[in-house]
Design a protein around this ligand. Sequence first.
Ligand code: ACM
Ligand code: ZN
Length: 542
Amino acid sequence: MKETLLATAVGFATVMSEALAADPATALGLVPIPKEISFSRQKTPNALMLDANTRILYDAKSAGACEAAEFLVSFMVEDAGLKLTSAPAPAKQSHDKNIVFRAKTGMPTEGYELRTGPGVTIEASGGAGFFYGAQTLRQMLTRDAATGKPAIPVGITIMDEPRFAWRGLMIDCCRHFFTVEELKKMLDLMASLKLNTFHWHLTEDQAWRIEIKKYPKLTEIGAWRGGVGFDLPSTSTDRYRADGKYGGFYTQEQAKEIIKYAAARHINVTPEIEMPGHSTAALVVYPEFGCTGGPYAMPAGGGIFLDVYCAGNDKTIAFLEDVLTEIADLFPSKFVHIGGDECPKDRWTSCAKCQQRIRANGLKDEKELQSWFVRRMDKFLESKGKRLIGWDEILEGGLAPGAAVMSWRGVKGGIEAASAGHDVVMSPTTHCYFDYLQAKTGEPVGIGGFLPLEKVYEFDPVTTGIPEAKRQHVLGGQANVWTEHIPNARKLQYMTAPRVCALAEAVWSPADKRNWADFRARMDREAARLDAMGINYRKLDK
Ligand code: ACM
Ligand code: ZN
């Protein structure tokens, strides 16, 4: 971040007292709004001035406190150009004027308490809570109007914890490729909003992006196509190889770097390896894993392609299990996403091997063959200590016992799965598809649709239709950035922000705390933060 945050932030004197007394979250522009926040007017002083004497102290025995303190040190440098030092908290020292991360037992997972008085205390039971406390304190940072010094308002008490455990953002890195550095910037944005799940879409019809050691051709060949495609100008990206082909991939070392960077920010990375549909890139490389044997061509445009993995071929199954073995070893994530969406059955209907599989297993039809396939992957992932999650089409023909469902074709699939006792992540097109346009006119070329900020804000992962007793199966919600029309990082940021702020509040904040007019008011200050972070967000409508 640059100094601009403080320069553009609402002046401290203005937000003080009257505004804080009226509504502290609004005055401070906190996003997502905390579960509980209160302000009590202090006699004196009413602001904690931060300067080189301010120390960031942490409970050395408490896991994650030191790391959160280090993050706060870096935020202060980025946001205020202020170099504070961090150190273990001495047992008997007055914490006046200092910022202290202190262990407190029995706090909710990911929860924290933050108090500003003569000093600041951030209390939590674990690393995520400390980290989120640091992120909130960062949002409270402003500048004293009289002295120009960085300052924190005094008299604030916050008790905060998330409403949902799965607070996700999916980025499709296949339709277009984004570098490790570009993804790190998106992870920073997610972390600033307390999102905790990066769903990394790694394979598609148009590209295979993750190195698989046993099958190096997947990325040597499958990560590259003739051009940027999707009718976009060739100048919209510079990701070209010497031979002019467009693309890129992540080595396993780079994936580890992303996983580590995300984990430090309390973000889990859930990989997605698409099957049995959306798999043309792999079939181009290994035509023997399709029903017809190919040859297949790498598509440079979108759509639903008829050629999919052959579910009747044991060699195809072995290949996919080999891939999942490397993925399971690489990613610490409990969940592995296997796609499962938009798999046409045309090839299976006329494939001798697929028909033989149907007969041999007493299956009724190709839908049940898809179910057989998903169950097989579910069992395999379970043997690797993982859990399967897939798009809601995996409900067709009967859901595998341990599988979780990501509901995208509305919330119907999610309701059905949760009602049957399966875990669910809600991600309906109606509220969560960030490839949709943000206004009816004046937007850059895109897939169509219409999903303005206000509509995202209306998202509630727990919809009517899920019996009360089954609601705990709704793990949370997620937005998806499909990138057919997003060839570079600037546009990725534009399509993601500010809608990701509304999503964050929908998955973090209590339902009864959410109010569009209040959120919109808080977003002016958040917009200044996005500016300071260098995020190319869509400007807010007045
Ligand atoms: C999807 O949008 N096809 C999951
Ligand atoms: Zn087949």
